[in-house]
Design a protein around this ligand. Sequence first.
Ligand code: 3H9
Length: 684
Amino acid sequence: MQISDGVAVITVDHPPVNAISQAVRQGIMDAVSAANADERARRILICCAGRTFMAGADVSEFGRPSLEPDLPDVVAVIEASDKPVVAAIHGQALGGGLEIALGCHYRIAVNGSRLGLPEVKLGLVPGAGGTQRLPRLVGAEKALDMITSGAPVDTDDALKLGLIDQVTDGDLLDTAINYANCIPSVVPEDRRVSRRLTDNLPPALFDSWRKSKAKGQRGVQSVQACIDAVEAACTMPFEAGRRLEREMFLALRQSKQARALQHIFFAERQASRVIGLEEAEARPVKSVAVIGAGTMGTGIAMAFAHSGFEVTLLELSAEALASGIDRIRSLNAKSVQRGRMSEYQSEAMQGRICTTNDYNALGNMDMVVEAVFEDIEVKAKVFQQLQAVCKQDTIIASNTSYLDMNRLAETVARPENVIGMHFFSPANVMKLVEVVKTDYVSPDVILTVMKLLKTLGKTGVVSGVCHGFIGNRMYQCYQREAGLLLLEGASPAQVDQALYQFGMAMGPFAVADMSGIDIGYLMRRTLTAAQYDERAFRVHDRLVESGRKGQKTGAGFYRYEDGAGAGQDDTQVLELIEQVAQELGIERRSISNDEIVERCMLGLVNEGAHILEEGIATSAADIDVVFVNGYGFPRHLGGPMYYAESKGLDLVAEKIHCLAGSQGSRWWTLAQAFEQAAKRGAWA
Ligand code: 3H9
C-alpha cells in the first residue's frame, strides 16, 4: 500500500490475471485495515498491476481445502470500511474480482474494460455476495441475465446500469486518485450496496427464467442455482441471502459438473500451449487472403475481418464472388437485427473485406487460407498458383476437414510454410479450429497460427495428420455406432432423442440432415473398404442415392414439410432401415436409450485412445476441447475422454472388451494407451 495525495493505494500484483489466491485475499484484508488506521489516508483505492483487474477467485484452489480468509469476509471488510473505498478497474473485473468491486463504495473503469460474473460457466454460483449485491445495484432482472449467462458487460453498459460510476480514457491511477478526492469523506449509507433494497419481482418471473434456462442451458445445475440465489436476494434480508449463496457455492464446488467445467476451462488454455515451440518465433501477420467465396471461405473471411484484419477474398467466378458477398451482407444484417453488432460495426467489418479474381493481388500477403472444394487435386492447383505469387515466408493454410495435409504440403517448394486449419461451419461463429501439423511445417508457423487464432477469439487444437484429424475421425466412429444401432433395432428418432437427452446439442441423424448427408457420402468415396464399416452407412448412402440429402432437399432421415427445421419421422426411412438390416442378416431387437448412449460414447472414446496412442492428439484434454467446442458435446460433462475417466477407465475398458466379444474385434480393439490408462485410472 502507498499513500498518494491522501489516498491509500492498494495494488494487487499477482500475474498473470490477479486471480484472488489466499495471499491476495489476506493482502487486501490487511491493507484495508492498515489504510483505515493510517492517518495520512482519507480515502482508499483498490487497483491492480499488469494486464487486468482481478479475474476472479483462483480456480486452481478449488480442489483443495478452503484457506482463510474467505472471499466473502474480505468483501465484507471492504464494504464496512469507514473510509470510502474506490475500485479502479482495467481489463476484466470477473467473478470474485467484480464481487470485490461491488464491496467497494465507488467504481471507476478504463473505457473498454469488461465486468461480469462468469461463475455459472465453471459450474458455480458467485460465492462472495455477487448474487446478492448485483441485483441491488443494477436491478434483479439485469442481474439474472448477467449471472445466468455469465457474459460480461462493457463499460458503456456498465455505466448505464449504474454498475460503475465513471469511465476514463486517461491514466487510470491519476484519474482514480482525483476521483477519490472528490467523493464524500464519509461513506453515504446507500453506497454500501448490501444496505440497498432489491426489486420486488413476482415469483412467476423467476419460474419463467427457470423454464427458459432449462431449455437454453440444458442440464446445467449451476444455472438453476443462480436463479434461486437471485430470487433469495429479492425475498430475503441481505445476510440470509448471502448465507444461502455461500451454501450453494460450497455445495456446487464439490459437484461433478463443476469439476468437469473446470477441467474444460484449463484444457482450453493448455491446448494453446503447444509443446516443442519454446524456441519458435511467431511471424507478424498483417495482411490475409482467403481463397474461395463459398460458405467456408466467406465465414473465414468474416472471422478475420471481425477481429480487425484487412482481408482479400479471392474467387475466380464473378458469380460466386457476388453470392459470397451477399452471404456476408445477409449474415451481418441478421447480427445487427439480433443486436449482436451495431450498424456501424457491420459496415466497418464489411469494409475490411476486399475482393479480387487475380492471384497477382496476393503478392504481399503474410498469410493465405484456401477454402476451395475438398479435393486434393483442386487444392494442389491453388497451392501452385499461390507459390508462384506469394512471398518466401507467406503462410499457406488449407481449410480441410480430412485430407492428407502431408501430401498437399509436398506439392509446393516450401512445405515448411504449409499448415492445415480445419474451421467448423459456420466459421465466423464456431470457436474450434483444428490446426493440422504436417511432417514439414516450421514451429514458427504453428506458433503464428495458434497466436492468430487467439486473436480471432478461436480455440486452436493441434492435430497430427490422419484421415479426419481428431474430430471427424472420432465422430465417424460415433456415427458408425449410431448407424449400426439403426440396423439392430433403433429408429433415427430414438437414437437422436437418447443422445440429445444425454446432453449432445443434436442427435447424429438430425446433424446429418442439417449439414447434408451427401457430404459424408462424397467423403466415403475417398475411403477404402478397410477404412470404415460400410454396413453402418448403407442407409445413409441409399438415402443420398434416392435424392434424400437432408434438409436442403426436404427429406433425409426425416421429412421436412414447408422448410420446417424440425423433421418428422418417415415410414419410408424406417422401411429402408428394415430392408438394409435384412440384406445384412442383422436381427432387429429392442434397444434401450442407455445402450444407445453407451455404444456411441464407447465408439468415441475407444477411437480417442487410438488417436492418443498414435500421437495425433497431444493429450486426452485436447480431444475433450475438440468435442466440446466443435461437436456439441455437453460442456458440463467435460468432453468424451473426461467423461470416460469420470466413469472409471477400467470399467470402460471392460465394456469395450465385452463389445469386442459381441460385435467383433474389428472396431473394438483396445489401444495399449487405453490398457495403461485403465490401470492408472487416468489418461495421464
Ligand atoms: C470465482 O471468482 C468464484 C467467486 O465468485 C467466489 C469465491 C469464493 N484462476 O485465459 P488466459 C490463468 S470463480 C486461476 O489464457 P486471456 C489461466 O489458466 C472465477 N487461473 O488469458 C492462464 O494460465 P496459463 C471466476 C486463472 O487474456 C492464465 O491465467 N472468473 C484464472 O485470454 C491466462 O489466462 C473466471 O471465470 C482464475 N480465475 O483471458 C474468469 N483465470 O497461462 C476466468 C485465468 O498457465 N478467466 N487464469 O495457461 C478468464 O475468463 C480469462 O482467463 C481472462 C483472461 C478473460 C481473465
